[in-house]
Design a protein around this ligand. Structure first.
Ligand code: FAD
Ligand code: UDP
Length: 385
């Protein structure tokens, strides 16, 4: 093993490994899965359709630095994501916009709401639903209640088993209401899909003479952590360990398992070129699943077959994949206990969605890895290799 060990070959681990390798450092990356890419992993099925088995992943970012870095490892297809919500059988754009407004209300009423929204909130503004619900104008509050009930309440209950209010702003602010006809799910400057998928991009990141990749290797089998010291196969290890797995694993779940939501994915292939009218349709008022994604609509274009996935949210047991940290105050306080334990190890760094217990997108995983690269270089002196 090298003086730098990264646990996890997802986007966080792969970014950090590549930055160190480009700087001439030898890095060992271990992952317990048989595949690279963590949850961004994808594969091409027997019909030539790219499938994302850990859920739909769409790349978008405001960060030029992140886009430029990833562009070294992939070509891109331009792709602007659009989502429809199935509101009681009617398909309307989400985020809820002025088109959705006219689809859901009679014209005179919609004209009235549009006028008030543009006067009180402003043209082209994006406003979080929980803020809209508290607006001082009673007509805006009435409109907000409609959107809340038809777009957010049931979807959020299915996804999180919690009410939007109890979940907090960070999650709900991801999908605001648009006071415009903007119909893209994201408004970031960079919206692309890697031309040959995320797996190829991340494979290219990890393909480097200074990177040794060990798949099917659980960190628990090689690393142990005790009284501020890290042990590698039983011997004290003075190099750096960057951990992107669940933080609780390091400390034997001593403060309990951090709560997560998981998903059951049901994938189905159809002998026709199209299944639905958009890449993603959200089921905001009905059904047990939250959304249906049709992978062929991402970038593949029409084929004679199509593949969809339905997402069924559920409580995450220890044996399930931990997909979504649940960022309530209580859970974050529980996380902080683990973070405080980790801080006792001068050569241990926590990074990524699991180790930081943060609901982050791929671009932020990359950005955080870039920051971690600088931090480790500032704090740790590597022996000459
Ligand atoms: P992960 O991808 O979870 O990688 C962690 C890796 O560590 C895994 O490969 C795991 O096997 C490995 N590991 C864990 N424990 C151990 C151990 N003990 N030993 C060895 N290896 C270990 N982001 C977007 O930007 N756009 C999207 O559209 C999007 N959609 C998403 C949809 C779903 C359903 C989910 C769950 C996430 C989505 N994300 C999306 C978020 C994206 O998946 C994450 O931001 C990104 O994968 C984080 O990368 P990571 O490396 O931190 O974590
Ligand atoms: N959400 C909702 N209805 C929608 C879309 C989103 O209630 O039609 C809420 C829901 O709580 C969801 C959160 O907004 O978990 C964030 O949505 P996003 O699409 O960003 O979720 P992700 O793609 O990360 O699962």
């Amino acid at each position: 093993m090298d003086k730098l060990i990264i646990v996890g070959a997802g986007l966080s681990g792969a970014t950090l490994a590549r930055l160190f390798a480009d700087g001439g450092k030898d890095v060992t990356v271990v992952d317990k899965r048989a595949t690279i890419g963590g949850n961004a992993y994808d594969y091409v099925d027997k019909n030539g359709i790219r499938v994302q088995p850990y859920g739909p992943h769409i790349f978008h970012t405001k960060e030029k630095e992140v886009f430029d870095f990833l562009s070294k490892f992939t070509e891109w297809n331009a792709y602007e994501h659009k989502v429809l919500a199935n509101v009681k059988g009617k398909l309307v754009p989400v985020p809820f916009n002025l088109t959705s407004l006219y689809a859901c209300f009679p014209k005179a009423k919609a004209d009235r709401i549009k006028k008030i929204l543009t006067e009180e909130i402003g043209v082209d503004k994006h406003v979080p639903i929980l803020q809209l619900k508290q607006h001082e104008n009673a007509e805006i509050r009435e409109f907000a209640h409609f959107v809340y009930n038809n777009i957010f309440y049931k979807y959020t209950k299915k996804q999180w088993k919690m009410k939007p209010e109890d979940l907090g702003n960070a999650v709900m602010d991801r999908v605001p209401v648009y006071v415009s006809y903007e119909d893209r799910y994201f408004t970031d400057d960079y919206q692309f899909m890697p031309k040959n998928g995320f797996s190829e991009m991340i494979t290219n990141m990890l393909r480097h003479p200074h990177i040794r990749l060990k798949l099917n290797t659980d960190a628990a089998g090689v690393l142990s952590f005790k009284d501020g010291k890290i042990y590698l196969e039983g011997k004290e290890f003075n190099g750096v360990v960057v951990y992107t797995g669940r933080v609780e694993e390091i400390f034997g779940y001593s403060f309990g398992a951090l709560p997560y939501r998981t998903l059951k994915f049901k994938v189905k292939t159809f002998n026709r070129s199209s299944f639905q009218n958009a890449a993603v349709v959200n089921y905001t008022t009905s059904h047990r699943f939250t959304r249906i994604t049709e992978f062929t609509k991402f970038t593949c274009g029409a084929k004679d077959k199509t593949v969809i996935v339905k997402e069924y949210p559920k409580k995450c047991k220890k044996s399930d994949m931990p997909y979504y940290p649940i960022p309530t105050e209580k859970n974050c306080a529980q996380y902080e206990k683990y973070a405080a334990e980790a801080a006792k190890y001068k050569n241990l760094y926590l990074l990524g969605r699991l180790a930081n217990y943060k609901y982050i997108n791929m671009d932020i995983a990359v950005l955080n890895a870039m920051k971690m690269f600088d931090k480790i270089n500032e704090e740790y002196v590597f022996d000459e290799e």
